[in-house]
Design a protein around this ligand. Structure first.
Ligand SMILES: Cc1cc2nc3c(=O)[nH]c(=O)nc-3n(C[C@H](O)[C@H](O)[C@H](O)COP(=O)(O)OP(=O)(O)OC[C@H]3O[C@@H](n4cnc5c(N)ncnc54)[C@H](O)[C@@H]3O)c2cc1C
Length: 274
């Protein structure tokens, strides 16, 4: 949502960005087979509307709303979530809402031009704006990157292909998906794989240590959560979060009170009580 302001800093005043808040409800994997396809209404000007969909990790996701705002707001509201529920109920019978594990909201940017703005700055040569990348911006990201390289940057500077660049990320393996033999072998080599930290998602201490130690490292609780799924299950980190915090403190050699949820000043602890 800040791309218009960044463009302004460069002297380009033609990019006006607004925000569209979207609220979601997430159901536990226990209900993962409630739908097997993505269900949605006919799209409108504001987007695809409310979906009921199965995620790649087998949760069920309901949402998002589409509320236009001039500022960023990622709070959820009774109104927004009730709207999601009422729409989901018109699409399918008895969504298993008793299995709700969390709700959350995100902001998506849109531009006054109602299309992706992918262009070179009029004021600063070589500065490329990618602004107002509305939904489905995530899906379009690889194509946007190719367009920027081939049609914009490539026409400003001669680009040379770095043959050594490896664009394929090594897939993270999840301990729970290994065979019994593979699990035993790994535990023999590294006993921390034998200790389950996140009971809901069956994530081991070994996996958590791996992402804290890898380069670039996961530095906070949400970083560990995004890479390992530790804390993404039914209890939403109620059981594993304190232990993940301890591992982060130990590995980074910092006091426990300095561990953050998501960087900056998102501290969880203020001091020792006993
Ligand atoms: C509710 C919701 C539903 C969505 N649904 C879909 C979908 O169905 N399909 C799909 O393909 N995509 C979807 N998206 C993705 C979304 O619509 C966008 O298309 C996508 O996020 C655009 O990516 P982006 O990198 O341009 O911007 P963003 O993802 O907004 O990333 C911008 C980044 O810039 C950072 N930033 C902001 N200001 C500054 C600053 N001053 N300095 C440094 N960094 C800064 C932000 O922290 C952020 O990390 C959805 C998003 C939301 C929130």
């Amino acid at each position: 949502m800040q791309s218009g302001k960044i463009a302004e800093l460069a002297g380009d005043n033609s990019i006006t960005i607004g925000g569209r808040k979207g609220e979601y409800i997430l159901l536990d994997r226990e209900s993962g087979d409630f739908v097997s396809h993505t269900l949605f209404f006919t799209p409108t000007k504001k987007g695809k509307g409310i979906l009921v969909t199965q995620t790649v990790d087998n949760n069920i996701l309901l949402g998002p709303t589409a509320e236009e705002l001039e500022y960023s707001d990622t709070t959820t509201s009774a109104n927004g979530l009730n709207f999601v529920i009422s729409k989901a109920k018109t699409m399918c019978k008895n969504p298993p809402l008793f299995n709700t594990i969390t709700s959350f909201a995100g902001m998506r940017a849109y531009s006054s031009r109602h299309d992706f703005i992918i262009e070179e700055s009029q004021s600063v040569k070589g500065l490329i704006h990618c602004a107002g990348i509305e939904s489905p911006g995530l899906t379009s990201a690889p194509a946007i990157a190719e367009y920027v390289v081939n049609e914009l940057v490539g026409k400003i500077v001669a680009l040379e292909k770095n043959e050594r660049f490896n664009g394929t990320r090594k897939p993270d393996y999840f301990f729970k998906n290994l065979s019994v033999d593979e699990k035993n072998e790994l535990i023999k080599k590294e006993p921390s794989y034998g200790k389950i930290v996140c009971r809901c998602e069956q994530i081991t201490e070994g996996e958590i240590l791996r992402v804290i130690r890898e380069n670039p490292p996961a530095k906070d609780i949400d970083g560990v959560k995004r890479r390992t799924r530790s804390g993404m299950g039914r209890c939403q980190g109620g059981f594993c979060q304190p232990y993940v915090a301890e591992l982060l403190a130990r590995e980074q050699n910092i006091p426990l009170e300095s561990v953050t949820k998501k960087g900056k000043d998102s501290y969880l602890l203020t001091g020792v009580t006993k």
